[in-house]
Design a protein around this ligand. Structure first.
Ligand code: PMP
Length: 388
């Protein structure tokens, strides 16, 4: 079995699981309760929060709100800004990119039905945009800029530091969806002038169903969930304590200098080995090219090979990959990210995304290369559109 779909989700690190276990049957007090049962839980939650702050270099005065996932964090920011600055303010414009995750794009599309004006910045053939594009579209009534840190399909890294500076200079709040960046590249909210940042634990070997929203001091946002005073009023409802603690430990493990170095050396080496072996086959290309990517991801287009058929062949040999984001894989529409790059429509149906993690081994990659080469040869030999 070789799991090469870590941008969809990751295995929980056994150390994370161990840290979570006591919080089901042994330490179960409500962290908001004043008795000793609550205090034990509360102490561990503070420790987990510390790991989260360190992982993204948040300042002590900033907030990190524990949410259900990155989807909730993204919705909270965009809808909160809508309420605060558009419905109750004099702004009416949001800037985003064409290649965001649906948890950004679908919210923006919804707000358009409510009369909000949204600019979707296109990406170039390298799959990224220039910070200057953001500057060109900022207007008097821009309420928010939301641009992802790393793309889920290609791993391409966006110029977050430059965009942060532009937004700061223009006085426009800046949100970034860093779901695919945490644990893969250094993420520093202070150095990059980020005001809001979203992440999801299950993308960095934490549990599913828990995420975070960083809010810089001075940047308020009306909550999505009203109720109790949990999370400083930013998100009502009793937090999933075990998951939050798991996310903290996962963040600590994923963002230490050693972990990031391992990602950049070991994981990158395995990704490059896999990618270079596939690129030896004629008429294969890396979508967006090799520069400026997270070390674990490659999106490869293989002419004459339908992405879905490739997945099926690989699955027969117990290799798991993806044709693009799992969230879009139920329909056979061409991958929107590949479309945005201006690939021709045939290429857009031929993308296979491989995303590795620190748990992959060289032996797994060697096995995967054999299987992939065999699958491409087989599928091309029966393809009506591909002639050798
Ligand atoms: N943003 C990006 C860039 C993602 O890749 C994902 C997960 N595919 C999400 C947001 C949403 O994460 P979750 O499903 O945990 O809400």
């Amino acid at each position: 079995e070789v799991y090469l779909d870590n941008n969809a989700t990751t295995k929980v690190d056994p150390e994370v699981f161990k840290a979570m276990e006591p919080f089901f049957c042994d330490i179960y007090g409500n962290p908001n309760s004043l008795h000793k049962f609550g205090a034990g839980t509360h102490k561990k939650m503070v420790e987990a929060l510390d790991y989260l702050y360190s992982g993204i270099n948040a300042a002590d005065e900033d907030d990190i709100v524990i949410t259900g996932n990155a989807t909730e964090s993204n919705n909270t920011v965009i809808k909160g800004i809508w309420v605060d600055k558009i419905l109750n303010g004099n702004k009416n414009h949001i800037i985003t990119s064409e290649v965001e995750h649906p948890s950004i794009t679908a919210v923006c599309k919804f707000l358009e039905t409510q009369g909000v004006s949204v600019t979707y910045l296109p990406v170039n053939e390298e799959g990224i945009l220039e910070a200057q594009q953001v500057a060109d579209y900022i207007k008097e009534d821009t309420a928010l800029v939301t641009i992802m840190w790393a793309n889920n399909e290609t791993g391409k890294l966006f110029p977050i530091k430059e965009i942060g500076q532009i937004c700061k200079d223009a006085g426009v709040p800046f949100h970034t969806d860093a779901t695919q960046a945490i644990g893969k590249v250094p993420v520093d909210v202070q150095a990059c002038n980020v005001n809001y940042l979203s992440f999801s634990a299950h993308k960095f070997h934490g549990p599913k169903g828990v995420g975070g929203l960083y809010i810089q001091k001075g940047f308020e946002v009306t909550p999505l969930l009203h109720g109790g005073e949990q999370m400083g009023g930013h998100r009502a409802g009793t937090v999933d304590v075990a998951s939050m603690i798991g996310m903290g430990v996962a963040m600590k493990l994923a963002t230490s200098e050693m972990a990031l170095a391992y990602e950049n050396n070991h994981v990158r080496k395995l990704r490059d080995k896999l990618e270079n072996a596939i690129l030896e086959i004629p008429e294969t290309i890396v979508i967006g090219g090799k520069e400026n990517r997270t070390p674990n991801t490659t999106l490869i287009s293989i002419r004459g090979v339908e992405g879905e058929s490739m997945l099926w062949d690989m699955n027969q040999k117990t290799i798991g990959a993806s044709t693009g984001s799992a969230c879009a894989s139920e329909d056979l529409e061409a991958n929107p990210v590949m479309n945005a790059f201006g690939s021709d429509s045939e290429l857009a149906h031929t993308g296979v995304r491989f995303s590795l993690s620190r748990f992959n081994t060289e032996a797994e990659i060697d096995y995967a290369i054999d299987v992939i080469k065999g699958a491409i040869a087989r599928l091309r030999s029966i393809s009506s559109s591909y002639a050798y």
